[in-house]
Design a protein around this ligand. Sequence first.
Ligand code: BYC
Length: 318
Amino acid sequence: MQNLEQLELQFQAKIDAEIKIEPKDWMPEAYRKTLIRQISQHAHSEIVGMLPEGNWITRAPSLRRKAVLLAKVQDEGGHGLYLYSAAETLGIDRDTLIHDLHSGKAKYSSIFNYPSLTWADMGAIGWLVDGAAIMNQVMLCRTSYGPYARAMVRICKEESFHQRQGYEIMLTLAQGSPEQKRMAQDALNRWWWPSLMMFGPPDSESTNSEASIKWKIKRMSNDELRQRFVDATVPQAELIGLKVPDKDLKWNEERGHYDFGALDWDEFWAVVKGNGPCNKERLEQRVKAYEDGAWVREAALAHAEKKKERAEKVGAVA
Ligand code: BYC
């Protein structure tokens, strides 16, 4: 019988050798716990993230825009389901996860607690929010836990379509009437800073990063990913004639990166703690959708039960 220390050494050696950890492999409890935390937060973000855009499906300006937006929001529901399944492979059940979301115990991404006020917000969400999500999720395709990494590969393919559809909306508005251009600029102004906050607190305050990087759950730090996002996105804004709302934004030749202004971390923590502009509304909507869907879950269970009984009867006769 191996002792805990040996098991931990073997586990870390596997991680260092880039061998994926699979559900039945031995893993330290803290690794299991942090994965359940991150994957379930990620799943909750996907399904709560359906709400700001769902708000605009019936008001999309054309049939084409409506079909595309509908497909995108459905993709997000699908991402949530892959991720809940990945979390379940770690020994937690879905009811517990959903209960923690509904009771306010579980976190989900801060970004989805901001309102989507105009059609241009659909552009800004796709371009900036999905853009930030991809920056983070490309790294997660190589995360050390097999089921999470495999789910992320599929999710990333869909996210890149989401990002492009958002940028295309912004491009169309930016080339449109002065009023449409103003709408696009206003959406960029409101979504820019919250999008930068999606990457999490500064590295100096990121309590989970050290362990997650050692275990290769995360492969880049919050600040590194945030910088990458700024570097990639500023030229995209310039290309369509929009201005990033940051007076301190400046290309730094020496660093080979943009310098950018300070984020309002008080706002970030207020939103994370439940006091953002839409936290209450988002949770209420999720709880209502869950309660309204109870009959579907009950019917599916009753059907499965009947199927099993029938199979047992056939088996008994044969
Ligand atoms: N919002 O130690 P840290 C999408 C929490 S959805 C709220 O750095 P970590 C989409 C953090 O949980 C994609 N809370 O944490 C869907 C921790 O608290 P706990 C969403 C945040 O985990 C629909 C504390 O702050 N993506 O694409 O090492 C439409 C300290 O942070 C946030 C993911 O979920 C935040 N922004 O790093 C459109 C990606 N940031 O848990 C698009 C998966 C931090 O200790 N997650 N906190 O109580 C991750 O990669 C990592 O969890 C993070 C944070 C980089 C987000």
